[in-house]
Design a binder for this molecule. Structure first.
Ligand code: ADP
Length: 249
């Protein structure tokens, strides 16, 4: 039997000044699933993530998180607190703080200002951060300034910050952009390691990377704000509708 749903978007529409960016979008994700979303520029991928995180509100439709929580009425902050974490394409780490401190700040962030002011870092926090450092392969960079990390390492740190925030659903926008081949492969390994424990939506263009993370999983193709098709990497790559969308008539 399939795992329960972590995300269910039904009949979602969003227009900007009369332009339909998202049209009757239906999309669901099961707990622990790693889903790659592809689609040409302007397909609505970023807008879709904006709608999940509350950055943009739909004109119509519902977006349910877990069994019952309707996300549309909630603020961006409330959605983060529920466990929805987003990583944008450009890494935004605190360059003047150490790798450890960046993770600690994310851990503190979810506790709220009052608790942060009156609480001290406990050994449980340190253990948790060390565990995350191991997961993101940055254990050896623990006390280095985040600003000294490579582009790829900053991306992994940012994924670690989402883990420190207790994100159950990770929304990751083009994680391999600007990375070397080695870093790209390691990023793929990291995402595969996180799948299962976390539910993940990855937006990606690089088809070599898509093959690495999506083989044996479902890929979604967005086009003109709707799901054009879903299926295995090979099935969507060979789908005449997808070929037409990418290559034009
Ligand atoms: P993708 O991420 O797949 O490239 P986007 O979600 O960024 O696509 O954009 C989908 C469409 O919606 C594009 O045509 C874009 O120009 C339009 N769009 C997105 N955001 C806005 C906005 N704030 N105002 C006007 N048009 C927008």
């Amino acid at each position: 039997m399939d795992n329960p749903l972590i995300l269910n978007a039904e009949g979602v529409n969003k227009s900007f000044a009369g332009f339909k960016a998202i049209t009757d979008l239906n999309f669901y994700l099961t707990e622990g699933e790693l889903r790659t979303v592809i689609g040409p520029n302007g397909a609505g991928k970023t807008t879709f993530l904006d709608l999940i995180t509350g950055r943009t509100k739909p004109d119509t439709g519902t977006i349910t998180f877990g069994a019952l929580t309707e996300l549309v009425p909630l603020s961006e902050h409330e959605i983060v607190r529920l466990g929805v974490g987003r990583k944008f394409q450009t890494p935004t780490v605190y360059t003047e703080h150490t790798v450890f401190e960046n993770l600690l700040l994310s851990l503190e962030g979810v506790r709220g200002v009052w608790k942060t002011l009156f609480s001290k870092t406990t050994s449980t926090d340190v253990d948790r951060i060390d565990e995350i450092l191991k997961t993101i392969n940055l254990g050896s960079r623990r006390t280095d300034l985040a600003g000294s990390l490579s582009h790829g390492q900053k991306q992994w740190l940012e994924i670690g910050m989402l883990l420190a925030q207790n994100s159950k659903l990770l929304l990751i926008d083009e994680p391999a952009a600007g990375m070397s081949d080695d870093e790209t492969a390691l990023t793929g390994e990291l995402l595969l390691k996180l799948a299962g424990k976390h539910s993940i939506i990855v937006i990606e263009h690089d088809m070599v990377f898509v093959k690495q993370i999506a083989t044996g999983r479902k890929v979604t193709v967005l086009h003109q704000g709707s799901v054009l098709c879903e299926g295995s990497v090979d099935a969507v790559q060979n789908d005449p509708r997808v070929i037409e969308v990418y290559l034009g008539r």
